[in-house]
Design a protein around this ligand. Sequence first.
Ligand code: BYC
Length: 324
Amino acid sequence: MTHPTPAQTGITPGETAEQHAHFEARIARGEKIEAGDWMPAEYRRQLIRMISQHAHSEVVGMLPEGEWITRAPSLKRKTILMAKVQDEAGHGQYLYHAAETLGATREDMLQALLSGKAKYSSIFNYPTHTWADVGMIGWLVDGAAIKNQTMLAGCSYGPYSRAMVRICSEETFHHKQGKEMIVAYAQGTPEQRAMAQDALNRWWWPAMMMLGPHDADSPNSGVLTKWGIKLKSNDEVRQEFINEHVPELMEAGLTIPDPDLHQDEHGNWRHGPIHWDEFWAVIRGEQGLNKERLGARQAAHDDGAWVRDALQAYTDRQRAVAAD
Ligand code: BYC
């Protein structure tokens, strides 16, 4: 007979039903769980998994956009993109700090990313072929991220929830600049219109997938929902994303690359089948730019070794001076 695992029950050997009942009562009262509070080991593990994956996504997400900074078509677009990419680095910092409050170390998290053990968002394994991709990432990818992260701003873990509030306000600027850019191109020259449509054709489905597998195929959702980390399911967030973005993209004169897309009797936009085989292949690194992304992160990590060494030497000297 096989016994259920902690990932399925949430209860790790050594923890008591009373501890869990007290913890869950706090969540039911809407209290935030803070770093020093008692929490189930599985709650801690799930948060470290999710927050570090989120942090890695922000940092890896700088790569497809960062490569366009030198090729921006105007000074205005260049300054906006530089500010956006810089924001993503800041988001990575807030999130690594939030994971550190749970006992994860920066070294372990980075090692997990660089070794391929930790995931980062599937969306960043897709290439950016034209400048319009920068706008489409802002509109769709940041648009999807805001839906997910507004929900996470209400999550039960205080440090993650507070990081999300700040990140969401910056994501709103990212979303608006992307939308403004694509709407301008969609009303521009035939070449600009074609470039905007081509970007939508390539980013629509990956943006739908980045919100995670269907609820029935989401093994983590049960425990995350029970403990108030996820307040909405993957499919619910995806539905919110579609309902907001479909009418706006249509209004901009663009065609969504889904022949089955239609509105149901409740006004919800219903999408055609999602190619989950592609999603899992991208996550496993069998499709897309996983090798290139990790290679770029490894190179940046190696190039930054002297900064870490210098900081360590400075800290050691300060400690020696203090000891004197
Ligand atoms: N990519 O049980 P499920 C941004 C994995 S950055 C890769 O539903 P969960 C931006 C999942 O980890 C936005 N893997 O998982 C940055 C799990 O595998 P493990 C990033 C994915 O956690 C720069 C397995 O599939 N946002 O916006 O309940 C520039 C089963 O899934 C993905 C966040 O990270 C994916 N897309 O729900 C521009 C938000 N989806 O770990 C923009 C925080 C699923 O068990 N994360 N997997 O081996 C979350 O909200 C949740 O983790 C997810 C997935 C909704 C993504």
